[in-house]
Design a protein around this ligand. Structure first.
Ligand SMILES: [Fe+2]
Length: 197
C-alpha cells in the first residue's frame, strides 16, 4: 500500500525549489548582462541578491524540519531558463530584447509564485508555522520582483519596443511604395503585418 504523505510531497517540493533557486543564481546574472535598460539590469541584480537570501532561508527550513539540505533537479525552471537562453540568442533591437528579458523573468517569477504559494499553504495546513512564515517572506519577494518587472515593461520598455517596430514598418512601406513616401505616418490598418521570426 502506498504510504507517502503530504509531508513527503512537501519535502520534495522544498528540494525542487532549492534546486530552482540555485539554477536562478546562475541565470539571473546572464539576464542582467543582456539588459540594456539600467533599471532592468538593477532589477535583475537586486533579485539575484534576494535569491541568495531565499537559498539561505530554505537551508534554515530544512534545519527546522530536521532534514538534510538537499536539492532535486527542477525540470520546470530548467525549461524556463532554456527558453530565456534562446531569446538572448535572437537578433533583437535593444528595447525588444529588454521586453523579451522581462517576459522570460516573469515566467520564472510566476513559476516560483505557484511553487511557494503551494508550500506556504501546505506548511500552514501541517502546522509548521515558523516554516510557513519563512516561505511567505520568499513568496512576497517573488511577487514584488514580478510587480517590478511589470512596472518596467509598462513604464516604457514595451512602448519603446513597439515604437521601434512601427518605425521599421514605416521604412519598409516607404521603400516598397516610393509614391506614398512623404504622406506621413501610415494608419495601423494599412501597415503590413509582419512577424519577427
Ligand atoms: Fe526565488
Amino acid at each position: 500500500m502506498a504510504d507517502g504523505t503530504l509531508h513527503d510531497a512537501f519535502l520534495d517540493e522544498l528540494r525542487d525549489s532549492y534546486d530552482a533557486e540555485k539554477q536562478l543564481t546562475k541565470a539571473l546574472p546572464k539576464l542582467a548582462k543582456a539588459a540594456t535598460s539600467p533599471e532592468l539590469r538593477a532589477a535583475f541584480e537586486h533579485h539575484l541578491e534576494e535569491t541568495r537570501g531565499q537559498i539561505d532561508r530554505l537551508e534554515q527550513i530544512f534545519g527546522l524540519l530536521d532534514e538534510k539540505v538537499r536539492g532535486k533537479h527542477c525540470d520546470g525552471i530548467a525549461g524556463i531558463i532554456d527558453e530565456g537562453k534562446s531569446v538572448m540568442e535572437e537578433d533583437f533591437d535593444e528595447a525588444t530584447m529588454d521586453a523579451c528579458l522581462i517576459a522570460s523573468g516573469q515566467r520564472a517569477e510566476h513559476y516560483e509564485m505557484a511553487a511557494y504559494g503551494t508550500l506556504v499553504a501546505w506548511a500552514r495546513g501541517m502546522g509548521h508555522s515558523e516554516v510557513a512564515n519563512l516561505l511567505q517572506q520568499t513568496l512576497d519577494e517573488e511577487k514584488a520582483a514580478d510587480r517590478k518587472l511589470s512596472q518596467l515593461a509598462e513604464g516604457g520598455i514595451n512602448q519603446d519596443a513597439a515604437d521601434a517596430a512601427h518605425a521599421e514598418e514605416e521604412n519598409e512601406i516607404k521603400a516598397a511604395t516610393p509614391a506614398r513616401a512623404g504622406r506621413g505616418r501610415s494608419s495601423a490598418a494599412d501597415a503590413p503585418k509582419r512577424s519577427r521570426r
